[in-house]
Design a protein. Structure first.
Length: 94
């Protein structure tokens, strides 16, 4: 099973209504973290479990779900985590 699929399976514990994972590892070829085998990913996730939680708490929930992958298979993870009511609100663009 590839790393992206494993990430998605582990994040299923957060019961996301939306999960988008983009593997940007190829953009970082030669980067020090990539040399060790860790990938670079962008995550957008929407879950009811994030309701009432601040950004730090949401990220901690994601890191907990991913466990040791954060020290091994994942070198960088850019996270956008939303509660369902936040995801329904359009994000203003500068």
């Amino acid at each position: 099973m590839n790393v992206a699929r494993t990430i998605e399976k582990k994040l299923a514990a957060l019961q996301p209504s939306r999960l988008e994972l983009i593997d940007d590892s190829a953009l970082h070829a030669g980067h020090e973290g990539a040399k060790g085998g860790g990938g670079h990913y962008r995550l957008t996730i929407v879950s009811q479990q994030f309701s009432g939680k601040n950004t730090v708490a949401r990220h901690r929930m994601i890191y907990a779900a991913l466990g040791p992958m954060m020290q091994q298979q994942i070198h960088a993870l850019a996270i956008r985590a939303y509660a369902p009511d936040e995801a329904a609100t359009p994000v203003s663009q500068p």
